[in-house]
Each structure stands twice: as C-alpha cells, then as structure tokens.
Design a protein around this ligand. Structure first.
Ligand code: SAM
Length: 243
C-alpha cells in the first residue's frame, strides 16, 4: 500500500542515518574542522551566546553527538545545573563522552541514547534545548519539534542550528559545487568514507529553508520565532520560546 511504502522509506532513512553516524563517529570532529574550515566553532559560539544559559540551568543538547555544545554549556550552568547530551547513536555518544571526560567535564553532564521523535523526559523539564546539525537527520521533524516543545519549561527556549539556504545566488552555486563535488572527495580522502559525506550533502539540500523551518516551529507551538543567517545563510540559527 501507499502507507506501506512510506513506512519503508522512513525506516530506510532512519537506518541509513544510523549507519552514516556509526561510520563517521571516530573521524567526526576532525572532519567538522576540515569541511567547515573551522567555522563550525564560530556557529556554535554564536548559538551559546543566544541561548541565555546561566548557572543552575538545565539544558538538553539534542542530537548532541560528540558534545561540542554540551562542553560549553557544562561550564556555564555549573554544579547547580545539568546538561543532558542525548543522541540516537551510541558510537557518537561514546566519542563524545570520552572527549568530555578527557577535558575533565564530568560532574554535571548526563548521556542518554534517545530518538528526538520520542524523547524519554518529563514535560516542562528543561530551560534550554539545542539541536545543532541534527534536525535534518530526523525523519519526522514536526513530531520532534512538538516533543521538544513539550519538554521545555514555560519561559524556556529552543535553538536550532542547521544548514540552510544561502541568501545569495552566486554563493549558492559555489556552495552547491563544494558540497556535491568537493565534500564527498574530502570525505573519501580524510575519513575513507565518500558515501557518508554524499548523504550529508544531500540531506543539507533537502532540509527546509529559513522561512519554512520558522513556520514549522510556530506550528509546533513556539512563539517569538526568529532566525539569524550565518555565513551568508549557509547556516541559520532559529530560536523560539515556550511561554
Ligand atoms: N550536535 C553535534 C554537533 O553539532 O557537532 C552533532 C551533529 S551530527 C551532524 C548529527 C547527530 O544527530 C549525530 O550524532 C546523529 O547520531 C544524531 N541523530 C540523527 N538522527 C537522530 C534522531 N532521530 N534523534 C537523535 N539524534 C539523532
């Protein structure tokens, strides 16, 4: 049936995503630096600056992978706060946990293996939720956004950092050439895994652009939703509140 096909496609996407991140986990951090020429660090810094995080806050770093944002939040929220790094993939979680432990970040971080579509936390339990370069991998984004809304405390905020649509045509062309031709080659060379990086480029192209994601967040219940383009719209940071 038609419904049956959808089901198969969804499952196929989920297992494909699982395979990709299982396969890139060990090389993930170095690839991030190489592919973005280090710029992902600035995008993440900006996300922290817009998060309003302070001592005592409870933060969920969803699809947190190797824990770049978790490490930064952990320092801000201190021992009276807590950061939960949640990711669907155990290989990414393990790399993240080892990295953070090596940095001496231990006491206020928890690691949870979870799917963004079915989050195992009580309602109204987080001050801040972030999902950085994660939402595009989630099969049912509307469902995931609704569960994030449910988990936020009233007054809490969601930050979605994700690839988006470059605002300028020339940049769009250069960027397409980069992501479809050069990126899989770099993936093959550095991580010996061109296919995974081809998937990543394709998932970036399919992801809803700025205004569409803004509407999706509003539909999930978020208020005062705004976005900020970074690096000419290659990436955008969306922010919304639950009141
Ligand atoms: N947030 C980290 C960062 O910015 O460096 C990691 C981003 S990485 C590109 C995407 C992460 O999303 C992977 O660790 C992957 O396992 C995770 N992921 C994919 N689908 C997910 C889902 N449905 N629920 C939770 N995490 C998911």
């Amino acid at each position: 049936t038609h419904f049956g096909f959808q089901q198969v496609d969804k499952n196929a996407k989920a297992s494909m995503v699982a395979e990709v991140f299982q396969s890139v986990a060990a090389k993930y951090d170095i690839m991030n630096d190489v592919m973005s020429m280090g710029i992902h660090r600035l995008w993440k810094r900006f996300t922290i600056d817009c998060s309003g995080a302070r001592a005592g806050h409870k933060v969920l770093d969803l699809a947190g992978g190797t824990g770049d944002l978790t490490a930064k939040f952990s320092r801000i929220v201190g021992d009276s706060g807590e950061v939960v790094l949640a990711d669907i993939n155990d290989a990414m979680l393990r790399v993240g946990r080892d990295k953070l432990r090596d940095k001496g970040i231990v006491s206020n971080v928890k690691y949870v293996q979870a799917n963004a579509e079915a989050l195992p936390f009580p309602d109204n339990s987080f001050d801040i939720i972030t999902i950085a370069f994660g939402l595009r991998n989630v099969t049912d984004k509307d469902k995931a956004l609704k569960s994030m809304y449910r988990l936020l405390k009233p007054g809490g905020r969601l930050l979605v950092l994700e690839f988006s649509k470059p605002t300028n045509d020339a940049l769009n062309k250069v960027y397409d050439a980069y992501s479809f031709h050069l990126l899989p080659k770099i993936g093959e060379l550095v991580a010996k895994d061109g296919d995974s990086y081809k998937y990543l480029a394709e998932s970036i192209r399919m992801h809803p652009e700025q205004e569409v994601l803004k509407e999706m967040m509003q539909d999930a219940g978020f208020e005062q939703v705004t976005y900020h383009n970074l690096t000419g719209g290659i990436v955008a940071l969306h922010r919304g509140f639950k009141f």
